[in-house]
Design a binder for this molecule. Structure first.
Ligand code: NAP
Length: 256
């Protein structure tokens, strides 16, 4: 299949989890894909695995919370692949699982710096390349936690709510320039992030997994590909009339 033929995609946090699945599916659909992350070993291994299969991919070290690093890397990606037309703002951290009155300012800021400022920096420095190409699709990973509340990870909820509305504003700002901006809202997907998060609950990991699975009407958590295919759709011309929208992929979590 060549649903993304001719596209050049950047996937932040692309070394593992949802990002790695998105990288893989986008490359298989014909895009040239830049993996950006701080997990260099996993990112380089994924890039090699894809290029060994004859697909187009490369790895760049990039901390999305550092503006100069983001600008430099996005410029290098555009030089390497000839343009930049898809940005998946996927890098994110869950942050400390403490009630609001116990959080420090540093803990709060760290989550916002990656999850919110990172989306701002990557979008800011991708837009000039998309304007040049006269086409673009920006896909922001928000969460069910950007739609509804739950009694945990307060800074994460705040960050994902912000990403939801940044998406809508940018969608309107760039709509006439053929640059679309949409958000994806996953339910719990089994990745290193969720494993790390469940370990902070103090419960036995298996019990925590089962309790989390039960929050979804379908009775189980999702897998990274469930989200990757949504991202492929939003990156492709199949979704050309879609901007400012929320693609909820959550096993029914928010349906009740
Ligand atoms: P993950 O398994 O933790 O993978 C995220 C990747 O992003 C990791 O390699 C991580 O590196 C990297 N990263 C973190 N901070 C970064 C930074 N400053 N610059 C560059 N890369 C950075 O996460 P995931 O579960 O796949 O989640 C991906 C996205 O989906 C996140 O935005 C998350 O909030 C969102 N999401 C996930 C779920 C879920 O259930 N998994 C649900 C809703 C939304 P480190 O390991 O070094 O941090």
């Amino acid at each position: 299949m060549e649903r993304l033929k001719g596209k050049v995609a950047v996937v932040t946090g692309g070394s593992v989890g949802i990002g790695a699945a998105t990288v893989t599916r986008m490359a298989e659909e014909g895009a040239a894909v830049a993996i950006l992350d701080c997990q260099d070993r996993e990112g380089n291994a994924l890039a090699s695995q894809l290029t060994d299969r004859g697909l187009k991919a490369g790895y760049w070290h990039c901390d999305v919370s550092k503006e100069q690093e983001v600008k430099q890397v996005l410029d290098q990606v555009a030089d390497t692949f000839g343009s930049l037309t898809v940005l998946v703002n996927n890098a994110g951290i869950s942050g400390p699982n403490k009630p609001t009155h116990e959080l420090t300012e540093e803990e709060w800021d760290r989550v916002q710096n990656v999850n919110v400022k990172g989306v701002f920096f990557c979008t800011k420095h991708a837009i000039p390349h998309m304007k040049k190409a006269r086409v673009g699709s920006i896909i922001n990973l928000s969460s069910i936690y950007g739609l509804v509340g739950a009694p945990d990870v307060p800074p994460y909820h705040a960050s994902k709510g912000a990403v939801r509305l940044m998406t809508k504003t940018d969608a309107m700002v760039y709509a006439t320039e053929n640059i679309r901006v949409n958000s994806i809202h996953p339910g719990f997907i089994w990745t290193p992030m969720v494993e790390g998060h469940l370990k902070t609950t103090g419960q036995d990991l298996e019990a925590a997994k089962q309790a989390t699975a039960a929050l979804h009407p379908v009775g189980h958590m999702g897998e990274p590909d469930d989200i990757a295919w949504g991202a492929v759709y939003l990156a492709s011309e199949e979704s050309k009339f879609m901007t400012g929208s929320e693609l909820v992929i959550d096993g029914g979590y928010t349906a009740h």
